[in-house]
Design a protein around this ligand. Structure first.
Ligand SMILES: [Zn+2]
Length: 200
């Protein structure tokens, strides 16, 4: 489990909102911190959704907007403030394997970055194209997927491009260990055709 999943499993957006000083009513409504909101129009539970400005996302997304942080920094902040111990620092403490891998660590990281960058673009297209037109409308599955996954993908990309060597290697390893990279590659192939027109 990476830092991102650990935090989402442990902290709801509602808990974070309350922790960072927002007043949340019993039914989970609060004044939206992302637009001039006089009457509570944001619903917070696991995720958040504002009926005024339509901002939505998960707890990492919420904290990154609230404090103008990258998803990676927001995840770190939440881990610190809620006393969670992220696995990257544990992974960094593990002994480095001495066996020479077939693909160099740098090559692995580059491959992860190129797949994730393409996936991030696909999700951004989905998020832009399938935004619900009003709160009552049914949410397109692609919109929900994009909202749920974008912060995580951004976090992984940031980790792969700007974290220290131990953390980059850990992330590249994690992506390949549980076949995540292969799954994403398949999704990209499957959607290459039906989304070709969308990007144009
Ligand atoms: Zn709002």
């Amino acid at each position: 489990m990476n830092l991102f999943s650990q935090i989402k499993a442990a902290v709801t957006t509602r808990q974070a909102a309350e922790y960072y000083g927002l007043k949340v009513s019993r039914n989970g409504m609060t004044c939206c911190p992302f637009h001039q909101d006089k009457h509570p129009s944001m619903k917070v539970d696991e995720r958040y959704y504002c009926f005024g400005c339509h901002q939505t996302g998960d707890v990492i997304d919420f904290v990154s907007r609230l404090f103008s942080l990258t998803p990676y920094q927001a995840a770190r902040k939440l881990a610190e403030d809620f006393g969670l111990h992220p696995s990257p620092s544990n992974a960094a403490a593990l002994p480095v394997p001495t066996r020479q891998p077939a693909e160099s660590a740098r090559e692995q990281e580059k491959r992860c970055v190129s797949v994730l960058t393409a996936y991030e673009q696909l999700l951004k297209n989905w998020k832009a194209c399938y935004t619900p037109l009003n709160p009552e409308a049914d949410w397109d599955a692609r919109y929900i997927t994009a909202c749920a996954l974008l912060p995580q993908i951004s976090y992984m990309l940031e980790c792969l491009t700007s974290a220290d060597a131990a953390e980059r290697a850990w992330m590249a390893d994690e992506l390949q260990h549980d076949q995540t990279l292969e799954k994403i590659s398949r999704i990209l192939t499957d959607h290459a055709v039906d989304d070709a027109g969308m990007a144009a």
